[in-house]
Design a protein around this ligand. Structure first.
Ligand SMILES: [Zn+2]
Length: 697
């Protein structure tokens, strides 16, 4: 690798950082292998921990964890952002051994006993809150990993987890293969309605999928089921039959109704039924009444009944707005003679309404959001809320365009972070935050946290600054919210510092919370400045942006709730449902909560990878749950001033500083002085009248 540094004109970094240019695959591989050997030998030593030495042993294990994380996080970041065949091979070769280590750790009885004896000792009360919580969470996780199982049950548990990981990976492989199996040439007349950027996309597809067509077939444009192409056609194509054809192909992917080549081999029917059955069996082995209850055992939400009630309550608030959304779409359809609105028409008609009613296009907004302006605006927002200063510093980085910063507070160093914001071909899609180092007390002293935030924004072209869309702005603030959670922690115990140990359904609170500032005129004045004229966002564009914010929010919310209820119900049903029952559970939810019933051939469940191949099983509700927390947290800022520094400090101390060292329910109560209320979310979605009571109509 060439020596890449972020910017040699800057002052050098103060924190010790990975020296990216000098890293090699072989070096990282052998470091991780050596650390794994050390880890397994530590686990063996757990067999003879001397009485009274338990905490010292756990600290030793923490130190090991910290060291392996430092190498592993660098390798996995490179694998995700600068992927090469060699990196992928190294990563995939190490992954099974790493998982084996954690399975063994989770079922290690002597280690469990060590935690338990600390917990039950008289000294427990004298430990710091963070250490106490970390021990409680560890005990919980031992139980959820089956540490208490013996004999046949233990063997059965191990084979279930192994089979489940195979099935998850099969589910996503099938879906990926099914998505790729479809390609369809587009005739000239079928391109009507597509804007410039979508035309470029379908032409690019024709070129990249040329091998799928006969040599003498001249294909200029092609449709695939890749998300950007599918969304572009459903949103813009005037040809209704084309939209329907694409819709049908998309919603039957990996199902028995798919018609692509090799469809039978990609059918997820049996996979999803077996996953549900094994999850249910696993829950029973661990003493839970259903997999949903097992999933909730480590989340903020207390039980299935509460989550269901929560979802049904929001659905009841969203249903009227959703019906109105539908009326609006129907009216738009009728203008062009489209009288029987179908699911493949909604995105298309919504776009028409949006353009006509709000006169809003992301393209005209972009020049107001040059990346350097947005980043400096973001830092000003952080300064006003939390009193922190952020400085760019010179550091070794992993790719061109990556920038390194340090957070200072009253002259004291607090944390460091990297921004790797722009798309490149070797980077995996999406946006995320992760850490290279957690805050932690080590033998060498206090280790400060280091985070990195990755995006796939449109890169700068022709030496001009990158211009961000408002959506990208929201994403940047979102990821930075996760970053602040990781970096402003004041906890120094590894497993509960920053985002570590935070319940899955609460972890999106700081991130969704930060998004609110991208919708505030006072903040937008700091974040926007036209690339040529230097003007901030003009009032008419600002108003259009704000007016369109809640467009179709009723229908969107109902869709999320439909997915969340389906996820919850299939994981709570006893015995585990078969394929027909899965379908009827979905049908029942749709009959109640869908304003536009999908056609009978819709096999959404066969492509629901969040719950069958990702970590969201009986946890899809988390999106809405955290949105309620974030909305309600922001509500206090609306009352006290969106830049009120005292309120900012209160949020920082109650939520960001404590990380996972306190349960989420308590951190929220500390900030709001009460439990979360759904009112603010309803208002933020525009489903209730404005907060001011003296408003005249
Ligand atoms: Zn997030």
């Amino acid at each position: 690798m060439n020596a890449i540094t972020s910017n040699s004109l800057l002052l050098p970094a103060r924190l010790p950082l990975p020296d990216f240019p000098s890293l090699t695959n072989a070096g990282m591989k052998s470091d991780i292998e050596a650390l794994l050997t050390e880890g397994f030998s530590l686990l063996n030593q757990a067999n003879h921990i001397a009485t009274g030495n338990e905490l010292a042993f756990i600290r030793q294990l923490d130190a090991w964890e910290n060291r392996i994380h430092q190498v592993w996080s660098v390798l996995s970041n490179l694998n995700a952002t600068c992927n090469t065949p060699e990196l992928r091979e190294t990563y995939n070769a190490l992954l099974p051994e790493l998982s084996r280590y954690y399975t063994e750790q989770g079922q290690n009885k002597p280690l469990y006993q060590a935690y338990l004896s600390i917990h039950d000792s008289a000294d427990f009360a004298n430990l710091t809150t963070a250490r106490q919580t970390s021990i409680r969470l560890a005990l919980r996780d031992f139980k959820l990993s089956g540490v208490a199982l013996e004999g046949d049950e233990k063997t059965r548990y191990a084979s279930i987890t192994e089979r489940l990981s195979q099935l998850s990976s099969q589910f996503s492989d099938h879906l990926l293969d099914a998505t790729q199996a479809y390609v369809r040439p587009l005739a000239e007349h079928e391109l009507a309605g597509l804007p410039e950027s979508s035309l470029a996309l379908v032409k690019q597809m024709a070129a990249s999928r040329a091998n799928d067509f006969a040599a003498d077939q001249k294909v200029e444009a092609a449709a695939t089921l890749d998300a950007p192409v599918y969304i572009a056609i459903l949103t813009y194509a005037d040809d209704r039959a084309l939209r329907e054809e694409l819709y049908r192909a998309y919603v039957t992917r990996a199902s028995e109704l798919a018609t692509v080549p090799n469809a039978t081999a990609q059918d997820n029917s049996e996979v999803l039924v077996e996953i549900l059955a094994l999850r249910s069996e696993m829950a029973q082995l661990l003493g839970f009444s259903s997999y949903a209850e097992l999933s909730l055992a480590s989340k903020m939400a207390p039980n299935v009944a509460t989550v269901r009630e929560f979802l049904v309550d929001i659905a009841s608030k969203a249903i009227e707005p959703a019906k109105q959304d539908l009326v609006e779409l129907k009216a738009e359809g009728e203008q062009s003679g489209l009288l029987d609105l179908q699911p493949w028409d909604t995105a298309y008609l919504a776009e028409k309404v949006k353009q006509r009613q709000y006169n809003l296009s992301q393209e005209t907004l972009k020049p107001y959001f040059p990346a350097h302006v947005v980043i400096s605006g973001l830092f000003q927002v952080a300064k006003r809320l939390y009193g922190i200063d952020i400085e760019q510093r010179e550091a070794p980085v992993w790719a061109d365009g990556v920038q390194y910063y340090e957070i200072m507070e009253q002259g004291k160093l607090v944390a460091g972070f990297y921004f790797d914001l722009y798309a490149r071909s070797s980077k995996r899609g999406g946006a995320w935050m992760s850490g290279f180092r957690p805050r932690m007390r080590t033998e060498q002293g206090l280790q400060l946290p280091i985070a990195f935030m990755v995006g796939n924004f449109t890169p700068p072209v022709d030496g001009k600054p990158a211009l961000l869309s408002h959506d990208e702005l929201v994403t940047l603030f979102h990821e930075f919210g996760h970053g602040l959670h990781h970096m402003l922690t004041e906890v120094d115990v590894l497993s509960v510092a920053g985002v570590n140990g935070v319940a899955w359904d609460a972890v999106e609170l700081p991130s969704q919370f930060m998004e609110f500032w991208t919708w505030e005129p006072e903040a937008l004045a700091l974040i926007s400045k036209h690339d040529d004229t230097g003007e901030s966002l003009p009032a008419d564009m600002l108003n259009a942006l704000l007016a369109a914010r809640h467009f179709q929010s009723g229908m969107q919310a109902l869709r999320q709730i439909e997915f969340a209820l389906f996820d919850l119900d299939i994981h709570h049903a006893q015995p585990a449902p078969n394929l027909t029952q899965v379908q009827s559970i979905l049908d029942e939810i749709r009959a109640q909560y869908s304003v536009l019933t999908p056609p009978a051939y819709n096999r959404f469940q066969h492509g629901f990878s969040h719950i069958f191949a990702g970590g969201y099983a009986a946890g899809y509700y988390s999106y809405k749950w955290a949105e309620v927390l974030a909305s309600d947290a922001f509500d206090r800022f609306e009352n006290e001033g969106i830049f009120n520094a005292e309120t900012g400090q209160s949020f920082r101390q109650s939520v960001l500083a404590v990380g996972g060292s306190k349960i989420a329910l308590e951190t929220f109560r500390d900030f709001r002085g009460r439990d979360a209320s759904v009112e603010a979310l309803l208002r933020h979605n525009g489903w209730q009248s404005s907060k001011t009571t003296d408003q005249t109509v």
